[in-house]
Design a protein around this ligand. Structure first.
Ligand SMILES: Nc1ncnc2c1ncn2[C@@H]1O[C@H](COP(=O)(O)OP(=O)(O)OP(=O)(O)O)[C@@H](O)[C@H]1O
Length: 227
C-alpha cells in the first residue's frame, strides 16, 4: 500500500541529506513503528507519504500510484486518504470537539447530513461522546489526544500516520492511545507510528523499522526497540 523506492531526500536550503536511498514496503492493514534517534528521518518519511515534501530522488507510491502525479491542488485529494495524528494534537482552541472533527468532514467533502452520525461513531470509538461540546482546553491531554484521534478517523481514511502520538502523555494514557491505534488497525487501516516510546514499542509488538542517519538499519517483523 505504501512504497518508497530508492528514496533520497535532501532539504534544499541546508542541503541536509535527511533520507538516503530508502526502500520500504508497508502492506495494507499493517501496523508499523518507525523508530530512530532525533534527526534520523522519521518525520521526513511521514511528510513524504503525506506529500508535504517530494523526494529528491526515487519514488513514493500509494496503492501502486506514484505520488508525483498528484501535483498542486491534487495533493489535497491524496491527503484525504490519510488521517494524521501529531504529538501536539493541533485541535483548534476556539472550536468544540465536535466542530474540530466536523472540519475534517468538511474538507473531505462528506455531506453535512451525515456529519452528526459520523462524529458520534468516531467519538464512541475513543470513548469521548460525553465531551462532544467541550473546548480543547477543557480536556485533559489524554482526552485531547483521543479527540484528535476521532478527528483523524472520522473520514475512515485507509492510512493513519501518527507522529509521536504519545509524546506529551503519561505512561497509562499512552497505553490507552496505543490500544486505540491498534483497534483502528484491526478495523482495517494501515497504521504507521513514529515514536521514541521504548516501552510501548517493547510491550505492543509490531513490525519495527529503525532509521539511523537517513538509512533503514533494521526492519524487524517481530518488533522490539533497538536503535
Ligand atoms: N525543513 C527542514 N529543513 C532542513 N532540514 C531539515 C528540515 N526538517 C528536517 N531537517 C533535517 O533532516 C534530518 C531528519 O529530520 P527528521 O525531522 O525527519 O528526523 P526525526 O527522526 O523525525 O527527528 P525527531 O525524532 O527529532 O522528530 C535532520 O537532520 C533534520 O535536521
Amino acid at each position: 500500500m505504501i512504497q518508497l523506492n530508492h528514496v533520497s531526500l535532501e532539504y534544499p536550503v541546508t542541503r541536509t541529506l535527511a533520507l538516503d536511498d530508502i526502500n520500504l514496503h508497508i502492506r495494507k492493514g499493517e501496523f508499523v513503528y518507525l523508530i530512530g534517534r532525533s534527526g534520523a528521518g522519521k518525520s521526513s518519511v511521514m511528510n513524504l507519504i503525506l506529500k508535504r515534501i517530494s523526494p529528491t530522488r526515487g519514488q513514493v507510491l500509494i496503492n501502486d500510484e506514484p505520488l508525483s502525479k498528484y501535483r498542486g491542488g491534487k495533493a489535497s485529494i491524496h491527503r484525504r486518504r490519510i488521517g494524521m495524528i501529531f504529538q501536539d494534537n493541533m485541535l483548534l482552541p476556539h472550536f468544540t470537539v465536535e466542530d474540530n472533527i466536523a472540519l475534517a468532514l468538511r474538507v473531505t467533502g462528506v455531506p453535512q447530513k451525515d456529519w452528526h452520525q459520523r462524529i458520534t461513531n468516531a467519538l464512541k470509538m475513543v470513548s469521548m461522546e460525553h465531551k462532544r461540546s467541550a473546548l480543547p482546553l477543557q480536556l485533559s491531554l489524554g482526552e485531547q489526544q483521543r479527540a484528535a484521534i476521532a478527528r483523524a478517523i472520522v473520514t475512515s481514511p485507509p492510512i493513519i500516520l501518527a507522529d509521536e502520538p504519545t509524546g506529551n502523555l503519561d505512561p497509562e494514557i499512552s497505553v490507552e492511545i496505543m490500544k486505540l491505534l491498534q483497534q483502528i488497525c484491526v478495523r482495517g487501516a494501515t497504521v504507521v507510528v513514529a515514536t521514541h516510546a521504548k516501552e510501548l514499542v517493547e510491550n505492543f509488538r509490531h513490525r519495527t523499522i529503525t532509521l539511523r542517519k537517513g538509512k533503514i538499519v533494521r526492519d524487524d517483523p517481530y518488533g522490539g526497540y533497538a536503535l
